[in-house]
Design a protein around this ligand. Structure first.
Ligand code: FE
Length: 337
């Protein structure tokens, strides 16, 4: 009798212990919704898990779909973090009350203030520079100077642009409105439209292909598209020019992240966000997409660094969100399709 009770006791203990061995119910995790594709996020998540033991689960989709999902899920969302490109998108998520502020000395140290939300609801993790790319056989770089100079009659039928439907151009124009005021920005964008060699193109790569083919002299693109294209065909007659270096600097935007308002693992998610801004992860985050680290202590990938240093516009990128609607209306008014 005594023996079988003891056996039962040991069986019970065994079952109880194995429950925790098989199901580590207390393992920390973070759930991420990401508009960055898997291959651009998985390496950093793996590094984070290795360092902290915190698991990262993620869902990738287009920003619109993730945004709608977060909104529909409301307080029941499983997501702890939203990762997306363009400050315009992050700003919109904050406006829709999908994110919550994070007070972190680590984030404030690692990320320059113009690349994060003044209310601390989103943070830039990599810099995307939107700059000029020109045809090296057709023009010399010394005739290039600024974004606004591309509105001058000298560039008549020599400019190619991506469609105004893309948030990158909406952010660029929004930042120009913030800098010059709406009337002056409108004059510049109208000048661009007048100088178009062909109708606005579907994407940055297409715009550069038109420049390379000699259909136009110059275009405005994000540098990582230039990197991808030149890796595919290094013989293309294309080069980067950094505009506005005597003035306010190159227009920069971000890929970044925010902590969701209703996520259940906010503390772990903040640890992940801090990790992504750290010296250790910044190269992983930026280099996979040929972007620039936000953390000023970290150098870009050598392939990217070879395009040269540039001065970036220090105006807070939140303006890209704040003035996005104004920018879209402006572009519509001047016939930028
Ligand atoms: Fe892009």
């Amino acid at each position: 009798m005594f023996r079988s009770n003891l056996n039962r006791f040991f069986v019970a203990i065994f079952c109880f212990v194995s429950l925790f061995v098989i199901y580590p119910v207390h393992a920390e995790q973070v759930i991420v919704y990401s508009a960055r594709i898997e291959q651009l996020i998985k390496p950093m998540f793996d590094a984070f898990t290795k360092e902290t033991g915190i698991r990262v689960k993620y869902t990738t989709d287009k920003e619109g779909a993730l945004f709608a999902r977060l909104k529909a899920e409301g307080k029941n969302t499983p997501a702890d973090m939203l990762i997306t490109a363009d400050a315009g998108n992050l700003w919109a998520a904050a406006q829709a009350k999908l994110l919550k502020p994070v007070d972190s000395a680590i984030l404030n140290t690692n990320i320059p203030s113009h690349l994060r939300d003044p209310q601390n609801e989103w943070f830039g993790l990599s810099i995307r520079a939107r700059t000029l790319v020109y045809n090296t056989k057709k023009i010399k770089p010394d005739i290039l100077s600024t974004y606004e100079a591309l509105a001058e009659p000298q560039w008549n039928k020599q400019l190619c642009l991506r469609t105004s439907k893309k948030v990158y151009n909406q952010s660029l124009v929004a930042m120009m409105i913030a800098e010059y005021g709406e009337a002056e920005a409108e004059k510049i964008v109208r000048g661009w439209v007048n100088n178009l060699a062909v109708d606005p193109l579907s994407d940055d790569t297409r715009a550069m292909e038109f420049v390379a083919a000699g259909r136009c002299d110059v275009t405005i693109v994000n540098t990582y598209y230039y990197g991808r294209l030149m890796k595919k065909d290094p013989t293309l007659p294309l080069a980067i020019f950094w505009p506005n270096q005597e003035g306010s600097g190159v227009h920069v935007n971000i890929s970044g992240a925010g902590i969701t308002r209703y996520g259940r693992n906010s503390q772990a998610a903040i640890k992940l966000l801090e990790f992504l801004s750290s010296d250790k992860a910044q190269n992983l985050f930026a280099d996979v997409n040929m972007e620039y680290p936000v953390n000023p202590r970290i150098k870009p990938d050598p392939f990217v660094a070879a395009w040269g240093d540039f001065k970036q516009n220090p105006m807070n990128i939140m303006k890209a969100g704040e003035l996005q609607t104004t920018a879209v209306k402006l572009m519509d008014r001047v016939g930028y399709r």
